[in-house]
Design a protein. Structure first.
Length: 607
């Protein structure tokens, strides 16, 4: 008893002295609680009660569910697939040199919670298996200049779906940012048939500017000037600009208007408003059989002779060898073939030499190869009296170097030399020279996700490799008809993957060309839209012609949606383009094999 009493007195004295000291310094129990309360939850919609607001999931793998939930009525559910771990993230504004605690509740196998961009040591924590809700928690300190941190959760490759709820980031809050003022001084600059230059006064506090065309956002830039491209000739447009910072957009500026001019030369003007393009097997035979050029029906407006092929991959020397009689019974003589070309041209048709194809890889790696390409292609055009050139480079003909990240300023020799060669041909033959391209979706639309080798762990360097060629030649380009077939799933501007076999794939892929899109997700590196009269949709003529065949009914749905905004499916287009040029198919031979179904449907639709 004596020992117990003796030990109790110092404890009471220490309590009394501590309270007195706190009172003397103003640090009462209430003020300490107030200091702790200064930490706030900076995570937006961490309980997912507002759907996916504030959160972005890779490959659109995430969604909200109503069961199971940790609290409230909703939780996040995300499903890893293939090479994607279903990472869902948001970027949060934080204070430099401050401590933050990230926590959340998860269910599933191999579920992670973490923070990146901390400016110090990025952190993560995980659970190998949580059959019921399990809390994950980690702490980090921001660097001396860190104002943004990304918090995330993800699963693991090949694992089932995981669930997350009540994600919080506790730490010092920041003052709510204020949107900038609306820009002033907006004015137009140089106006061409397809572009309008704009400039405006800088706005204090703005980090970028959103440019609006006819009330719809068309691009985001960091400077105070831009050129809006991909416009329709002889058309009036209205433009506005809004200033942007972390708090959002300002009000829009006062509008300015501009009317685009005529296309100089207008090399495509003598095509019909809606054209049918097809490839004719002129140098080989396959299961479709040989078709004489003279026997091609008048419905075909552009006939691409397939193919001019290289004598070697890197020589640049292109030869066009017509199919021999041993392989193509009934093949016409050279004299009859040339006569058929003249007859088609007299009827208003365009006959082009198509370079490349599936087996014809062309890599213009040197200036010598470029010059040989120009001279050899010219020789073919001159010998047969052709109207122009179709570029059908596939395989490894076009690949990007690792440092080639700006499609407006390409560096890769095979791309730079191709652009130079085609411009030389265009200058040689003048405004009547017809130029078309038939890239695969991999080379064009996949640039929306990946561009070059540095964007996704060694992504194939061909992804988007046609973009610098198309952009550099857009003022010379008569038609772009991307091959919407023999393709994997491609992400559209709705950030959903679209697969071949239905109208939605063609709608989504074409909408990207006519709307424009940020390359590799870079809002400051936007591929401008093409004119609708420059675009035709590429489709196989039959099930034998290639993967991705669609029925006439699905073809018409795609045309209805793009040209009339009717009969649309799940994809919402960003415009309506009645001037869409038409359709391309592989091939005339396969359409003949299929009783001309593709041609007949085109004629019936466009009258």
């Amino acid at each position: 008893m004596i020992r117990a009493a003796t030990r109790s007195r110092p404890r009471r004295l220490l309590t009394t002295l501590t309270a007195a000291a706190l009172a003397a310094t103003g640090l009462t129990a209430m003020s300490a609680a107030t200091a702790r309360a200064a930490d706030v939850d900076l995570a937006r919609n961490g309980g997912f009660e507002s759907g996916m607001d504030g959160w972005t999931c890779s490959a659109n793998t995430g969604k909200t569910v109503n069961s199971p939930v940790h609290s409230g009525t909703s939780a996040l559910q995300a499903t890893p697939a293939g090479a994607d771990n279903a990472r869902c993230a948001q970027t949060v504004t934080v204070k430099p040199d401050s401590t933050y605690t990230l926590s959340g509740y998860v269910r599933g196998s191999y579920v992670y919670l973490g923070a990146s961009g901390t400016g110090t040591t990025d952190v993560s924590t995980w659970t190998p298996s949580a059959s019921d809700w399990q809390q994950l928690k980690t702490t980090f300190r921001t660097g001396p200049a860190t104002t943004k941190v990304t918090i995330y959760t993800h699963g693991w490759y090949g694992s089932p779906a995981y669930t997350a709820d009540d994600l919080t980031l506790l730490g010092p809050g920041t003052e709510a940012p204020v949107p900038p003022a609306a820009p002033t001084g907006l004015k137009t600059g140089t106006v061409t048939a397809t572009t309008v230059g704009l400039s405006w006064s800088a706005v204090p506090g703005a980090t970028s500017y959103a440019v609006y065309r006819n009330g719809t956002k068309s691009q985001t830039v960091t400077g105070t000037s831009t050129t809006v491209a991909g416009l329709t000739p002889e058309t009036a447009y209205s433009f506005q600009v809004a200033a942007v910072n972390d708090a959002g957009e300002s009000a829009k500026s006062a509008a300015v208007t501009a009317t685009t001019g005529k296309v100089p030369g207008d090399e495509g003007s003598d095509l019909p408003p809606h054209a049918l393009v097809g490839y004719l097997h002129a140098s080989f035979a396959n299961g479709a059989g040989y078709t004489r050029l003279a026997d091609v029906p008048d419905s075909w407006d552009v006939i691409d002779l397939a193919f001019g092929e290289p004598t070697s991959t890197t020589s640049g020397d292109i030869r066009f060898d017509r199919c021999p009689v041993t392989e193509c019974p009934g093949v016409e003589s050279d004299a009859d073939f040339k006569a058929a070309i003249k007859a088609k041209q007299a009827a208003g048709k365009k006959v082009l030499i198509s370079i490349g194809g599936q087996n014809g890889q062309v890599q213009l790696t040197t200036a010598a190869a470029r010059d040989t390409f120009v001279s050899s292609v010219s020789k073919i055009i001159d010998e047969y009296g052709l109207d122009g050139l179709d570029i059908d480079f596939e395989g490894h003909s076009l690949s990007l170097n690792a440092d080639d990240t700006d499609f407006k300023n390409p560096k890769t020799p095979v791309i730079v030399n191709l652009i130079s060669a085609v411009k030389t041909l265009k200058a040689k033959y003048g405004s009547g020279f017809v130029l078309t391209m038939a890239p695969e979706t991999f080379f064009v639309q996949l640039g929306y996700q990946y561009y070059g080798t540095g964007k996704w762990g060694g992504q194939d360097p061909r992804a988007g490799a046609y973009l610098p060629v198309i952009h550099a030649l857009r003022d010379d380009l008569t038609l772009l008809h991307v091959q919407d077939y023999n393709s994997g799933s491609i992400m559209g501007l709705d950030n959903q993957y679209h697969s071949m076999g239905g109208a939605d794939f063609h709608i989504a892929m074409t909408d990207m060309l006519l709307t424009g899109f940020p390359v590799a997700g870079d809002a400051n590196n936007v591929f401008p839209p093409l004119r609708p009269d420059q675009v035709a949709i590429g489709m196989p003529a039959s099930t034998q012609a290639g993967n991705g065949y669609v029925s006439p009914a699905e073809t018409n749905k795609a045309l209805d949606c793009l040209t009339k905004k009717t009969n649309c499916g799940s994809y919402a287009t960003h415009g309506t383009w009645p001037a869409l040029r038409g359709l391309m198919t592989w091939s005339i031979n396969w359409d003949r094999f299929n009783n001309w179904q593709f041609q007949k449907n085109f004629d019936a639709y466009f009258g």
